[in-house]
Ligand binder design. Structure first.
Ligand code: MRU
Length: 354
């Protein structure tokens, strides 16, 4: 993968850039030390970038894949103007195999597949690029709405705790849980954000803290193991997280460590909010047990900043998501509104627009 500099101001909202007819991803593996982009000339490189965590966060992965479908269409239509469908379908499969848990990836690919099915044999690129751009813009707008719905629940002023990175970097812009936090802070409802560092990739320490510090929102990074003690200490009004997939019964898959945060929050009487767009709700997955949980290489746990921290011969188990049972979730906030104490019936009604 080729790293490049772009002459644009680097903010959390430029995680995915379509520019000069090309796709560029802010390399989140390098933040906060370096602000560089990875050039994605084709779908295979984009799938590699998703797998390697250049871009991560459920909605951002979906949007990136949508742009990659447009790239693939351009490439194959140029090579074979009337026979682009088959190689394009192959690239859709490559993209779908990049990461297993975030359902937004499959949601975006299915949307693009549906559009492809309506196109004639003329150049598919303009229509697919327009769809990817619309998806990107829609996610930004949805996050703003979600931010308002979520902020309204926070009586404030209070402090909040969050896990992983759910901001502009993880979405089309503004963020899901971090979008709620941004909106609530702007309304004076939040004093300080406690950000779990989020071992082993440190999305909290590296990315969430970077986003909040740039917005001048007071943030303290805590070790994941400090969350329960922080909740016990008082002064925390809400735990607010995002999600990679919400099952039909309201079980929530999110970054590993979310479940223990939810257990600790319930024990200490702190309310637990999940902010996620409806593209994260997967009615085809009946409950949390059916959510595929990605396991990543042991080295991610056995090393820190590229240095081995455990003795040679030591093994590791590295599931990168866990499932929080719906019973521990006080509210799910989407761009359509709020689901209190989610269950199968309420989720179905929400998705049906009732
Ligand atoms: O492995 P990652 O960094 O892609 O995991 C990201 C998360 O778990 C986020 O909390 C989730 O995608 C919701 S954010 C919009």
């Amino acid at each position: 993968m080729r790293q490049v500099s772009l002459d644009i101001p680097v903010t959390a909202d430029v995680a995915i850039v379509w520019r000069d007819a090309g796709l560029y991803l802010l390399d989140q593996r390098e933040l906060p030390s370096r602000e560089v982009f990875v050039a994605c000339p084709d779908a295979a490189t984009t799938a590699d970038a998703i797998r390697a965590m250049v871009v991560r966060g459920a909605p951002a992965i979906g949007i990136t894949a949508a742009y990659a479908v447009a790239l693939s269409a351009r490439e194959h239509a140029a090579r074979a103007p009337t026979a682009w469908r088959e190689p394009l379908a192959g690239d859709l499969d490559v993209l779908a195999a990049a990461r297993p848990t975030a359902v937004n990836l499959f949601w975006a690919i299915e949307r693009m597949r549906g559009l492809i099915g309506t196109l004639d044999d003329a150049d598919p690129f303009p229509a697919l690029l327009a769809e990817a751009e619309a998806m990107h813009a829609r996610d930004r707008a949805d996050n703003r709405r979600m931010g308002e719905f979520g902020a309204a629940l926070i009586a404030g002023p209070t402090n909040v705790i969050t896990h992983c990175n759910t901001g502009g970097l993880a979405t089309g812009g503004w963020g899901t849980a971090l979008g709620v936090i941004r909106s609530a802070f702007a309304q004076g409802r939040i004093g300080r954000v406690y950000a779990d560092e989020t071992r082993p990739w440190l999305q909290g320490a590296r990315l969430t803290a970077w986003e909040l510090a740039r917005d001048a929102i007071p943030v303290s990074v805590i070790a994941d193991g400090a969350a329960a003690a922080r909740l016990a200490g008082g002064g925390i009004g809400w735990a607010i997280v995002g999600s990679d997939r919400i099952a039909a019964n309201g079980d929530v898959a999110n970054k590993i460590g979310t479940y223990s945060l939810a257990v600790a929050a319930r024990y200490h009487g702190v309310r637990f909010m999940v902010a996620a767009p409806t593209s994260t709700i997967d009615l085809a997955t009946p409950d949390g047990r059916a959510i595929p949980i990605e396991e990543r290489p042991a080295d991610e746990v056995l090393q820190c900043a590229g240095r081995r921290t455990s003795a040679d011969g030591v093994a590791a188990w590295n599931p990168v998501f866990d499932v929080t049972p719906a019973a521990l979730v006080d509210v799910i906030v989407t761009e359509r509104g709020v689901i209190e104490h989610p269950d199968r019936v309420k989720i179905a009604a929400h998705m049906a627009g009732d």
